[in-house]
Ligand binder design. Structure first.
Ligand code: NDP
Length: 322
């Protein structure tokens, strides 16, 4: 099968297409023939070396497709099932992958493969952020960074669905138009606006919660945007990792809360995975959250997809087509 291999860390150019033997599933695994592969910002961290992985390695954590072989102990799936997974194992950038049955979910018939690969990892992220890390309620002032991106577009719609006052932070006027069309109440443009000042103008006292996936460039502005007892959710490093702060920085700004969560801890058990994905499929089915058609790249063009994602050129989700 064709698969992207990573021999060393580096820029997008280290992603090379290789011919590998098609893997056989172990007793608790299924082999999935991929129809669409999700591209996530975490893939760029693993490629660059910001997040360490053993090398050489495959790359990619998310794909949707059809089960074509099952291990002897598999109970959740049978051959021919449409499934999707978003927690690895690394190697989703390939024509097929083997996945432990407890790490995949059945795909509702109404959801096409490319929409599934565009939304499972990002949508489950929006779900744990808005429902578990901080429980957003009607009337909350909620700041969402990178709001026109893959996670961002889903989070904006879901937060609106929950009745929040959504303040969307984006990199350009064109992206601001997109998030307004998704229901954002206010937009802040990073290149021109003072984020904390604008959030205070909008909210008076500051936001209840800030979801910051940009990291280094925005972390302090996000802290300065919170009301007393507000929740700072630092969940990504698109601009690089945020610098350390002393605990007293939280006290001085109003006894703030700070968390640095990751999806994999919120979907660690099969029950958590099923609950989180079911909630996502519900908001997709009801139309509360709509997934824009993803930007497609051929599997062989994975490097181009990474280049575009890291250049802030993209909006919504990216998928690779095997
Ligand atoms: P996005 O589509 O959101 O792409 C990243 C966006 O970040 C860009 O479009 C850009 O939007 C913004 N950005 C700001 N500064 C930079 C910079 N210096 N370089 C690149 N981008 C920048 O990606 P994803 O939807 O895949 O992921 C969004 C974020 O969520 C990532 O940080 C990712 O790591 C994080 N994440 C965390 C998870 C977790 O469990 N903790 C799970 C899933 C995602 P703009 O131009 O509008 O600023």
């Amino acid at each position: 099968m064709k698969a992207i291999r990573l021999e060393r860390n580096g820029g997008p150019e280290v992603l090379a297409l290789a011919d590998l033997p098609t893997p056989e599933p172990g007793a608790n695994e299924v082999r999935v023939r991929h129809h669409a592969i999700g591209v996530n910002f975490i893939d760029t961290y693993q490629r660059s070396g910001l997040y360490k992985i053993g090398l050489p390695s495959g790359l990619g954590l998310e794909a949707a497709g059809v089960v074509e072989a099952v291990g002897a102990n598999v109970r959740r799936f049978k051959q021919g099932d449409r499934i999707v997974y978003a927690g690895g194992p690394l190697g989703a950038y390939a024509e097929a992958n083997v996945v432990n049955e407890t790490r995949a979910v059945k795909l509702p018939d109404a959801i096409p493969f490319d929409i599934a690969a565009a939304s499972l990892l990002k949508g489950m992220t929006a779900r744990f952020l808005l429902r578990k890390t901080f429980r957003v309620e009607r009337g909350h002032d909620v700041v969402i960074h990178a709001a026109a991106g893959g996670v961002g577009q889903i989070a904006v719609q879901w937060a609106k669905h929950l009745g929040a006052n959504v303040i969307a932070v984006v990199g350009s006027d064109a992206k601001a138009e997109i998030v307004k069309s998704l229901g954002a109440d206010h937009t802040i443009i990073t290149s021109r606006d003072d984020i904390a000042k604008r959030v205070r103008e909008i909210t008076g006292i500051g936001a209840h919660v800030v979801y910051d996936s940009v990291g280094k460039d925005t972390f302090m502005a996000s802290l300065d945007s919170l009301r007393p007892l507000g929740m700072m959710v630092s969940f990504g490093n698109a601009s690089g990792p945020a610098s350390p702060i002393p605990p007293s920085a939280l006290q001085q700004r109003g006894s703030l809360f700070l968390t640095r969560p990751t999806l994999f801890h919120y979907t660690a058990t099969v029950e958590q995975l099923d609950e989180t994905s079911a909630d996502l499929f519900d908001v997709l089915a009801s139309g509360a959250v709509k997934i824009a058609a993803p930007t497609r790249y051929a599997l062989a063009d994975a490097a181009q997809a990474h280049h575009d994602l890291e250049s802030r050129k993209t909006t919504g989700s990216l998928v690779l087509t095997p």
